[in-house]
Design a protein. Structure first.
Length: 228
């Protein structure tokens, strides 16, 4: 039976099993995915986990620490999903796509890494990219710029897609309708002054964000091949 506070309101029963850091992080990820950063408060987390603040603070310092740990966990999943025996080009492509997909599925991750770019998981990601560039014979003096270019491209495109998704939250406009509306507006652009933009706008309704992203990665791979 639930206990009652001094004011008579019901208090949620406390959990009887042990609370792990892993469970806290996974629950935080679910809350972030469902409601964004505003949905993740330590108070809401204690209610969700049927525990008290002390149990939470035993594993994380504060909300900032929890956000960072959640982002690390997502990126660690990308790294663990990479195929170790794949050739360097394939592995690099998979890592880039893995990060893109992770941020697409968890839009808050990109914002977190923009605030804390030196998080361990992102450093591990950079290190993996560096090793693969080495395996692809990219000269050492070009490796830093090449790695930065690729990661910035991934984070930039994924962040833009996440921003577009947030704009549609709460509206009746799904992605397909959004693109169709954009294509309709693009069709009204003066083809005499903007021939490329006018032609490109007609393809908005049919293009696939993921395939377009991979096309950019392939352009990057083609470019670094000239650095050998």
């Amino acid at each position: 039976m639930a206990k009652r506070t001094a004011k008579g309101s019901a208090r949620a029963p406390r959990r009887t099993d042990s609370l792990s850091r892993e469970l806290i992080i996974q629950t935080a990820i679910e809350m972030l995915d469902n409601g964004g950063e505003k949905a993740l408060t330590l108070r809401a987390l204690t209610v969700r986990l049927s525990t008290g603040y002390g149990a939470i603070y035993h594993h994380v310092a504060d909300k900032s620490d929890l956000l960072a740990a959640a982002a690390d966990d997502v990126i660690a999943g990308v790294l663990s999903g990479a195929v170790a025996d794949a050739d360097a080009r394939t592995a690099l492509r998979r890592l880039a796509l893995g990060l893109f997909d992770a941020i697409d599925a968890h839009p808050w991750v990109g914002a977190e890494f923009s605030r804390q770019p030196w998080r361990p998981a992102l450093l591990d990601f950079y290190e993996s990219i560096g090793r693969l560039l080495d395996a692809l014979d990219v000269p050492e003096n070009a490796r830093f710029d090449a790695a930065g270019t690729l990661v910035n491209y991934v984070l930039g495109v994924a962040a833009q897609n996440a921003a577009n998704a947030r704009l549609r939250v709460g509206s009746d406009t799904d992605r397909e309708t959004f693109l169709e509306n954009a294509a309709t507006q693009g069709a009204q652009i003066d083809p005499g002054r903007y021939p490329f933009v006018h032609a490109a706008a007609t393809q908005l309704g049919e293009h696939d964000d993921r395939e377009q992203f991979l096309f950019g990665v392939d352009i990057f791979l083609a470019g670094i091949s000239t650095l050998r």
